[in-house]
Design a protein around this ligand. Sequence first.
Ligand SMILES: [Zn+2]
Length: 451
Amino acid sequence: MTKSRRMRWAGHVARMGEKRNAYRILVRKLEGKRPLGRPRRRWVDNVKMDLREIGWDGMVWIDVAQDRDQWRALVNTEYTGIQRSCQETSACEEKAAVVRHNDLPWNVRKFMHNQILSFNFTADLEKVHPWAKSNWSHTDLPRLRRGMVGAQFWSAYVPCDAQYLDAVQLTLEQIDLIKRLADLNPEHLTLVTSVKGVQETHRAGRIASLIGVEGGHSLGNSLAVLRTFYSLGARYMTVTHTCNTAWADCSLTQLQSESSSPTAQPTDRSSEGGLTEFGKLVVREMNRLGMMVDLSHASVHTMKDALAASKAPVMFSHSSAFALCNSSRNVPDDVLKSLALNGGIVMVNFYTYFITCNSTATINDVIAHINHIRDVAGVNHVGIGAGYDGINFTPQGLEDVSKYPQLLAALLEDPSWREEDLKKLAGLNLLRVFRAVEEVRSGSLFTLLND
Ligand SMILES: [Zn+2]
């Protein structure tokens, strides 16, 4: 967007003077459409001043909720003559980052063999081979910026095939890749390991990058490896991926046992298994370290065992509601209710097969899952997980990481969503869980383990 066009748009927003209209215009801008109307020159100068004050220059806004407050501050300034900056209205401090689950690192391995210098993250990958043709590619820097992503959990995922082989090594290589991606793009990405880090990075206008290890098979059954992942910066671990570990059952087992499938894998244990005693120890060690326990991909028994074992709130980094689509990857209502007591969060996955149980879905189908989780668990326990770059069928209207604002815009049309609640959905809920996990780490007396 050129400077003059940006100013024309800003002037128009200020002239409208009404937050919802201002927001609609924001969406027009995000969609790359021309703003309507032409502001008077006097307006443009005033708006220019205020925009600088609220940090427009060089700052990418974190989410739509924050935008609206900033715009409200701007509009108030215009209408009352009172100078209110972003700081004065505490708009900067209060707002949450958009924190999601993203599998881009695996695609860099798949497509580029981790040759990070050949990977141009700042390019429009929709035009770059082999990304352009892949259904699995939804992320690059320009789209993250358009999507107002303030923070991103990058998944250090390795396939289940590597279990009992080189899973630990491959996971270390993926962690290295995530770190190098941030090192090579210091103007845009900063690797962080705490809530404080997320907030500071956002304030500086960069995207906070966090590491999540996706799958307990990455541990090689070793708590020492878990502790090493933590010290390298990993702040959540998904207890399973699509394979059982020696200590936790995955959702696939449940499916196989329900359908009495004869294709059960050799590593499968009883579907009654959930977490073994060692599995419960893994959860408690994660609590002690200050690492979020992620239950996406886990079987229902594992979910329940982990909820019982964990002293801190847990997360589902990319799962949806079982009541609306009975995939074993989704969370059933009784678990949603326990999750509310635990203080945790379900971050909705956009994969169409988890939304409609089909190859097609719309933004409204995703909203139905968000609303269902809100209605059953409460508005403090729902977030947005997406799963981009790890899914190959996306809903209409949510095709890539640039589309998050459209989702929030659609929710805004629903009067049952208050602004405060949208901020929680956009990121505050996850930051609350993350903070609680940090507090359990520093506040509890855990027994040190010998192994
Ligand atoms: Zn996953």
